[in-house]
Design a protein around this ligand. Structure first.
Ligand code: FHN
Length: 445
């Protein structure tokens, strides 16, 4: 009797799994759980590194837009040496900036892979003097620094012989099921290779040229979440992503998506372009970061390494300047949530996760005390983040017989102000409670 026990158990388990389709791969880890680190991270560093750094021209677009011939663009392969590439120093600098994650281009639209892909031969190992996989050592360094890892992958590939588009003027074909199938197989093959790095985030790009069905976006999502179940996927997978990716334009109002990230260049170029000196100042970048924090989002700030693997000195200086401010104000950055409406405080704000601390970000020299209006909470304490100075404050205009809150004024002496953005913490009695009724005529005193 006992000899038939095990096959019976196996049979019933197999039956259960099939009948109820209890397939672990098909039940995603809830988005809230997978994106928890992303919601708290607030700052990431984007890295656009590729052969386009050799001539310092637009990444992929320079040949797509016929600024340069494809063949001349590809001659840059011969100059991509990575001879001073030091991923450990990159990871340490990224950490010093205060970033909690980083996203590197593994393959841009030009189809040049930065790892030793078995699909095709257009990669830095086989076709450039670098002669090495540049992704693996970066992954190792990033994980050693305790940063989250993002891999950028362009779905479109303007170099691939079976991809329909080539340049703005030339198409390889309009419809060809056989060639498209070959290209899809290539994409899936490379994506499966990338899962081996166990990235925390896949940053897709270039999804605009085909539909979700053509990309097999649903199957791509299933593959990635099967191989790396805790990972997250950006919005650029034709509707099968997890979070929104506004680009180069600081959102005017809070994005509708609960999870979002603004990706932005330091100057006007994604890749290394020495002629592009239009750098944003550290002060401007800090204020852009604060704006994103106040709206509950992340900032993914781009750097553009040179062909030899060194990071331009202007970009190193910006990352270090950013790090000064993020390190001083960490409690008012990581883990915060979107702030209160601007009608209550004429500036940027955020809230602690438990909503009992209101953070104020002051990016100017106030002419008098700061004003918060419509705050129903009692205030327990107010201090300057990063130096702990307690600030004097008082409520004026509160009528004892009225439920309308008074106006809270906070003194901010010049000597405690930060040279970029001063942050003030307001510890509330209980969770933030705002008065938003219309103020009416008074009928009794
Ligand atoms: O075409 C790309 C561009 O080169 C760059 O990589 C940016 C980064 O977000 N993404 C695409 C444009 O949206």
């Amino acid at each position: 009797m006992k000899n038939i026990k095990i096959p019976f158990i196996l049979a019933t388990t197999f039956l259960f799994l099939n009948v109820f389709n209890v397939n672990a791969q098909q039940t995603e880890i809830p988005k809230e759980k997978r994106l928890a680190w992303f919601k708290d991270a607030k700052l990431g560093i984007f890295i656009h590194w590729g052969i386009y750094a050799v001539n310092g021209i637009d990444e992929s677009w320079s040949f797509y837009n016929n600024y340069i011939s494809y063949n001349d663009y590809m001659k840059q392969l011969n100059g991509f040496t990575a001879k001073k590439y030091n991923p450990t120093s990159w990871a340490k600098l990224i950490k010093e900036s205060g970033a909690k994650y980083t996203v590197i281009t593994t393959k841009h639209h030009d189809g040049v892979a930065l790892w030793n892909s078995k699909f095709g031969t257009l990669n830095t190992v086989k076709k450039t003097p670098a002669k090495k996989d540049l992704i693996s050592p970066f992954v190792k360094a990033v994980k050693k620094e305790g940063l989250k890892l993002g891999l950028y992958y362009s779905l479109l590939d303007w170099s691939h012989p079976d991809y329909p588009f080539f340049t703005r003027k030339e198409k390889r074909y309009k419809e060809d099921t056989k060639r498209w199938k070959k290209f899809t197989k290539y994409n899936f093959g490379q994506l499966k290779e990338l899962t081996k790095y166990n990235p925390d985030l896949y940053w897709f790009d270039g999804d605009w040229e085909q539909s979700a069905e053509k990309w097999k976006a649903k199957e791509i999502r299933a593959l990635l979440l099967d191989k790396t179940p805790n990972t997250i996927i950006n919005s650029r997978l034709q509707g099968y992503g997890d979070y929104a990716t506004p680009e180069q334009g600081l959102p005017i109002r809070k994005p509708s998506s609960k999870f979002w990230e603004l990706c932005m260049t330091m100057n006007n170029s994604w890749g290394y372009q020495p002629t592009d000196k239009n750098y944003k100042t550290v002060n401007q970048i800090i204020r852009i970061l604060v704006d994103c924090i106040s709206m509950g989002g992340d900032l993914l700030l781009d750097i553009a390494p040179k062909a030899d693997g060194t990071i331009p000195k202007e970009q190193v200086a910006i990352l270090k300047g950013l790090g000064r401010w993020t390190n001083k104000h960490k409690e008012a950055i990581y883990g915060t949530r979107a702030g209160i409406p601007k009608q209550h405080f004429n500036g940027y704000t955020s809230l602690s996760k438990d909503k009992t601390i209101l953070y104020l970000y002051v990016d100017n020299k106030p002419n008098g005390p700061l004003l918060i209006k419509g705050l129903k909470n009692k205030v327990n304490r107010i201090w300057v983040v990063g130096n702990g100075t307690k600030l004097s404050h008082k409520v004026v205009g509160k009528q004892y017989w009225s439920h309308v809150p008074g106006m809270l004024y906070i003194d901010l002496p010049e000597k405690v102000q930060d040279k970029d953005v001063t942050v003030i913490a307001v510890l509330l009695q209980g969770k933030v409670d705002l008065y938003q009724e219309e103020i009416k005529a008074i009928e009794s005193n």
